[in-house]
Each structure stands twice: as C-alpha cells, then as structure tokens.
Design a protein around this ligand. Structure first.
Ligand SMILES: NC(=O)c1ccc[n+]([C@@H]2O[C@H](COP(=O)([O-])OP(=O)(O)OC[C@H]3O[C@@H](n4cnc5c(N)ncnc54)[C@H](O)[C@@H]3O)[C@@H](O)[C@H]2O)c1
Length: 177
C-alpha cells in the first residue's frame, strides 16, 4: 500500500494532531508530497517532537496553519496543494470539551467537514486535469473527521472501502461500479 503514495500529492487536515502526526510521518516515509492544514500544534506535542523540519526544508512537507472553519483559507490551501488524495483528520475530538463548548465542536466537526468537502468539490475541474480519474470519491466516513477521498480509478478493496479502512490500490474496487 505504501508504494501507492510515492510522489502522490496528499492534503491532510489535522496534521499537527495525534493521528495526523503519525499519518504525516507514514506518508513522508512512503514518499508522498504532503500539505498539512491545521491549527498550530500545542507545546510540547508529538508534532513538535516528530522532527519534520528537514521535510519542510526540502519541500516534501508544507505545513499550513489555518482553521477549517475558514472556508476561503481552506480552499486556497487545497487549491495550492492540488492534491490527488485528501485525508480529513482535523476535529475537536474530546467528548468532555464538546459539553463545555458544543458550538465550537459542531462548527469544527460538522461545518469543518462540510468545508473540506466543498473545497474538494471546487477542485474537481483541477483534479480532472491533474489527477488520473477526474472525479473524487468518498468512502468509509465513519464519523466527521474520518473521511478520506481519492481520485476515481483508485482501486480499493471493496470491504475496506465500505468499512473505512485504508485504500488498497492493488486490489478490486475501482470506484466506477
Ligand atoms: N486518537 C484516537 O485514538 C482516535 C481514535 C479514533 C478516532 N479518532 C479521530 O481522529 C481524528 C483526529 O484525532 P486526534 O486524536 O489526532 O485529535 P487531536 O486533538 O490530537 O488532533 C486534532 C487535529 O485537528 C486540528 N484541528 C482542531 N480544530 C481545528 C480547526 N478548527 N481547524 C483546523 N484544524 C483543527 C488540530 O490542530 C489537530 O491537528 C478525530 O476525528 C478523532 O475523533 C481518534
């Protein structure tokens, strides 16, 4: 699976978070060209300790500090990155905090996800020129924050596409059925 990501342009929200830091690490290791879009990492944090500076220097990683509630900023960052794959991990994931600040939680988790999908929708003509498939499809969103997208034509195992597992480019499901 990792070979699929070599030289792929990947846009990742929530790259400064727990899951996002690990995902960034794996994508960089796989040779992807990664643009992350998130709020600034707290200090100390896993992101700070991950040693991404060298990847930022070489241009393999672009870190955009921004808010997914800001549609224009998100659209611009995504358009600049011209991604072939989008992972959406940015979220307010703490249940206790959602009771303290439900409005922020809904704005981030619900409208933030809508903004990610809208930014992708606005990219579709661009994807037609720059990506292989020309359409982007969504599979396996178990909850806001867990959605991922890939160009049509990416072959995913049907069971994984349906359950939200990672894409398996070498098998089965083409997204065209
Ligand atoms: N950590 C887990 O064990 C776990 C398990 C299952 C699912 N998840 C899901 O994975 C996702 C990420 O979880 P995590 O543990 O990495 O969370 P985290 O709190 O460590 O990271 C959240 C990320 O989202 C970003 N973010 C938050 N609000 C934002 C906003 N308004 N605009 C832009 N970026 C914003 C933060 O900057 C950070 O990069 C969540 O949807 C969570 O529910 C996490």
């Amino acid at each position: 699976m990792l070979t699929y990501y070599k030289n792929k342009r990947v846009f990742l929200t929530g790259h400064t978070g727990f899951k996002g830091t690990w995902m960034t690490r794996m994508l960089l290791k796989a040779g992807a060209i990664v643009t992350g879009y998130s709020l600034a990492a707290p200090s100390p944090s896993l992101y700070e300790l991950a040693g991404f500076e060298e990847f930022i220097k070489t241009g393999q990683l672009t870190s955009v500090i921004g808010d997914i509630r800001n549609l224009d900023a998100l659209k611009k960052a995504m358009s600049d990155a011209a991604p072939q794959v989008v992972f959406h991990l940015a979220a307010q994931p703490i249940v206790r905090d959602s009771y303290k600040d439900p409005v922020y939680t809904y704005e981030t988790n619900v409208m933030g996800t809508v903004h990610v999908m809208e930014s992708i929708r606005c990219l579709l003509p661009l994807a037609g020129r720059k990506a292989s498939g020309g359409r982007l499809i969504c599979a396996g969103a178990r909850r806001p924050g867990d959605a991922w997208f890939a160009p049509t034509g990416t072959k995913w195992r049907r069971s994984e596409a349906e359950t939200g597992g990672a894409p398996a480019p070498d098998e089965g499901y083409t997204g065209k059925e």
